[in-house]
Write a protein that binds this ligand. Sequence first.
Ligand code: FES
Length: 482
Amino acid sequence: MTALYIERYLNWGLTREELQSGRPLIGIAQTGSDLSPCNRIHVELASRVRDGIRDAGGVPFEFPCHPIQETGRRPTAALDRNLSYLSLVEVLHGYPLDGVVLTTGCDKTTPALLMAAATADLPAIVLSGGPMLDGWRLLSSGEIGYSEFMDRVCASAPSPGQCSRTGTASEERAGLSCAAVPAPYRERAQYAYRTGQRAVGLVHEDLRPSAILTRPAFLNAIRASETSPEAIARHAQAELHDLPLLVNVIPSGQFLCESFYRAGGVPAAPLTVTGRSVAENDVIRTAAAPLRARAGFRARVGNLFDSALLKTREGVLEARAIVFEGPEDYHGRINDPELADCILFIRYVGPVGYPGSAEVVNMQPPDALISRGVDHLPYHVLESTSESPSILNASPEAAVGGALAILRTGDTVRLDVAAGSLDVVRCADGGEITPAVLEARWAEHVPPPLPSQTPWQEIYRATVGQLETGGCLELATRYKRV
Ligand code: FES
């Protein structure tokens, strides 16, 4: 560390010997705060990380990251992913750190920090905060009062930690972390200590993300979850493809994360790919009998969009389209009895449209379905993400000129999952959809105003790519090893 830096770092109590003895300076990228409850456990875990760094001969430097909280951030937490990414790249590039511990948890914190580590290519290790203990699910097939509703809400989050279902938060981080141990377990604090120790080792070995975030590492991560870490892979310049889904955890399966951990956790899941059965249980399937043959795959044909992620079962379906102009429109009309036996399309919810891309996880099914015990949305197509069987990440989105903009309620759409296609085939009056009809609709189309509410929203909209390629800031993907 140069003399210029030393003066200010001495003033909080570090000694000259600590800074001049060649000991690695290890950053702790702190994502926990009162605003980020899913990651708040890191505020406590950081002391064990510091202990590990110290005992291994390093000097810890904890610093805050831009907070991200999936369910509390409006309009979308996805906006913060790229903002947190940008700010962490600047910290890792601009400050004299030799390595970094990335504290992850709530969905967008994980890709944000991993993307930054991939860009800066500084020795880095992930410490996940871990999922909360298994709670109770919220839905009721009968009427409940407000008091019981609140009891169920509280019971669904019984401890510190992340959501206890698979998603970005609870995936294994492509070889950089062990994410399955629940947050309150003592093993989590022990992991924190060892993570700090290992961070120092990574610096001595000069082991950088470019050597770890490889294509095989991403494939292992995808095997454990149906969420594609597409944005991280893009910043690490690794290519991905379709894989079977082995983990029987909500939203695709039946169990929660604590059960997954007890069944062997992430270390068990990749082993089953080789045909070795780790545990006799239903939580982790073998590659020969996966939960789903394909965890989700991209389709690239159709007259409504060029690309989408099909998270759905094989089949052919022809149905009436109901079009919603975003989540607010959905909430306002979802209990309309006219919406039975149709496919729901939710547009203007993509990276530019919402902006950031709206999470449909928080949208509830029609009351009629809930009262029958159904806890997922009817079949739907959208430009953002969802946990229910659906067609996701439709690109290009309507806000940037995608043809979803000219789909009309009452049109008939035809889905052929095996062929990977979704097309609008007939108008509401039964007339055929022809190029001339589409052209006439474009001529009549008036794009809705999409005002930005903050400067960052405007910058984000001007620079973000489509979800087909990870919703990255396109210019940022050109940078590596800054
Ligand atoms: Fe934070 Fe789910 S809302 S992990």
